[in-house]
Structure formats: C-alpha cells, structure tokens
Design a protein. Sequence first.
Length: 156
Amino acid sequence: MKKIFITAFSIIALSTFAQTDSTKKSLDCYFAGSVSMSTGDNFKQNSYPSLELGVCVKNMTFGFNAGRMNIDKSLFGGERIDNYYYELKTAVYFPIGSIKGFAVAGLGQYNPHHVFIEYGGGFVCSINKIDLIMQVSSWDNMVYLSPGIAYNFSIK
C-alpha cells in the first residue's frame, strides 16, 4: 500500500509541475506553522506543533512538514529523535466565496519505523501574503484540529 501511495503521489506531482507556465520567472513558496490538537484530557500530550515549508503550483501545494509528537516533555530533558515526525504533504485548493477550501493528503513517519497516512480538509482566509488556516485531518486513526498561519513568498 505504501509503494502504491508513493507512486501515485509522485505521478501527480510530476504531472502538476509539467503543467506549470514555463515563462514564469519565480517560484511561489510558503512557510507555515500550526498546532494539531486531538481529543483527550491532557492538552500537552495531545498537541503536536509543526513547521512546514513548501511550493505552490496553480491551485496545489507540495510541502515538507516536521514537528514534535507532543509538548508534554521539556525540550531540555533528554530529547530524542523519537519525539519528532516528518511528512510529505500535498493539498488542492478551491474557491468558496471569499475564502478557499482545500483537501489535504500526506505520507509521514515517526518512531523510526512507523509510517502514517494523513487525509482531511479545511479552510483558508488570505490577508495579503498571510494565510489563516483551519484544518481537520486524520492520521493514525486519530482526528486532529489544526489551526495555523502561513506566510507566502516568491523566489526569483
């Protein structure tokens, strides 16, 4: 299943980049931060902060997301790589009046050998180069609510 998902993700990514305007002289990018929260009694154990960097192509984004598995343990007390995760994500955007909706999918890993698939959707409100984001997604059979903020920029 993992190989099928990676192959499909690669085909979509390559076909999308192949359709871009070759006369464009800049690369549209974004940098985002968010906190994913799941249900539970302990906010620190059920909150996952993350940072994401990606590129925008027409109405799609492709990004690399990395974050901490929870904020319960101090960053200064025996930090381990097992406390972090990383993920490749893609999203497709569509207009809904003055805001945009989106569908998101991703493939990631945590605890050296545990692979997960993320899927979900959300809404974006854009104010100049800033996007305010609200996402609901599922990974590893848990539903997460993720408010976030993104800064959009171009590289020439």
